[in-house]
Design a protein. Structure first.
Length: 325
């Protein structure tokens, strides 16, 4: 039996929160921020086909985010692989440092076990397929390689998978349990094949050296940032000087990346702080000591930045991770 949720009877100032709550309970916990100025309108229809959950979302422009903080609050939740089929409107999905622009009739892969965000810049309709990651039988490294990859109907397995998923989404309610279980297996097999195909293409491109010269420089800059995270003086100016390029050119290099240079520095520092605070140890490090070790000079700024990224304070993060252990 399908679950149906609509914001039609909800007060205007509560519509977005209501719809976000429905998504969080039905799929995985997420945050929803409307991008339009009018009262938010959203509909969700969700049902199961064997171990695959199929949901159809139709709503106004919005940003949907699954933050590290939301993931940390449910550490034992089973990671799901998600496939979004864009029926109408556009979507921009970001995960693992990649950004996929998904047009009508295309699909995109993502992993609920790691943070991601999706921007829907206009009213949209999309089918979401969620299934346990372990059932795909593909290495996690391959999933990381292909997350946030858009696939068109003319690309490889997309020619088979897209029309199949659209048909299954439209008729899932009509199948008996035995048939639904078999179809769920077919969905998993096709998604596994798509992951393997995309990973093979990525590996072949890397082996053939199909990278622009600027890609190599971006990687060198990223490696430099990782090596100098503890230096509070690190900045776009010092990075540009270390690579004999101008600051303007450095910013141009990152125009195609998900984050700016300054944002990347802060993000990587926060990642390392979160990792250290989550480490099991007889003597827990102080929050201020961890912040200073990874280049944060101002404790108040660190706390604000950490909460913005993870949804909780550094101390609350440490407590959550300790409880999870």
């Amino acid at each position: 039996m399908a679950l149906q949720v609509t914001t039609a009877a909800v007060p205007d100032d509560e519509k977005a929160a209501f719809w976000g709550g429905a998504m969080s309970r039905t799929l995985v916990p997420v945050e929803v921020v409307p991008l339009a100025g009018t009262p938010f309108d959203g509909r969700l229809v969700s049902q199961r086909l064997g171990y695959v959950r199929i949901s159809t979302l139709e709503a106004d422009a919005a940003r949907v985010s699954r933050t590290a903080g939301l993931i940390a609050r449910a550490p034992r939740s089973e990671p799901q692989v998600g496939v979004g089929v864009q029926v109408s409107g556009r979507a921009v999905l970001a995960q693992d440092g990649r950004r996929a622009e998904v047009s009508e009739g295309e699909l995109v892969l993502y992993d609920t076990g790691r943070p991601f965000s999706v921007d829907f810049p206009e009213r949209f309709r999309t089918h979401l397929f969620h299934l346990p990651r372990r059932l795909l039988g593909v290495p996690e490294r391959e999933l990381r390689q292909v997350a946030a990859t858009a696939v068109a109907p003319t690309e490889g397995c997309g020619a088979v998978l897209l029309p199949f998923l659209e048909t299954v989404a439209a008729s899932a309610h009509a199948y008996s349990t035995p048939v639904g279980d078999r179809l769920a297996g077919s969905v998993a097999d096709l998604i596994s094949t798509l992951v393997a195909q995309l990973a093979a293409v990525r590996a072949a491109d890397a082996a053939d050296g199909l990278h622009a010269p600027s890609d190599h420089l971006v990687r060198r800059v990223r490696e430099h940032i990782d090596r100098h995270l503890g230096d509070p003086e690190m900045s776009p100016e010092t990075i540009a000087r270390a690579h004999n390029i101008s600051v303007r050119y450095l910013h141009r290099l990152f125009e195609g990346e998900e984050v700016t240079v300054s944002r990347l520095i802060q993000q990587r520092r926060l990642d390392e702080c979160a990792r250290e605070l989550a480490r099991r140890s007889r003597t827990a490090p102080t929050v201020s000591a961890v912040a200073q070790r990874w280049g944060f000079v101002n404790p108040a700024h660190f706390s604000r930045a950490f909460r913005a990224a993870y949804g909780v304070s550094p101390r609350e993060w440490w407590v959550l991770q300790s409880a999870a252990d």
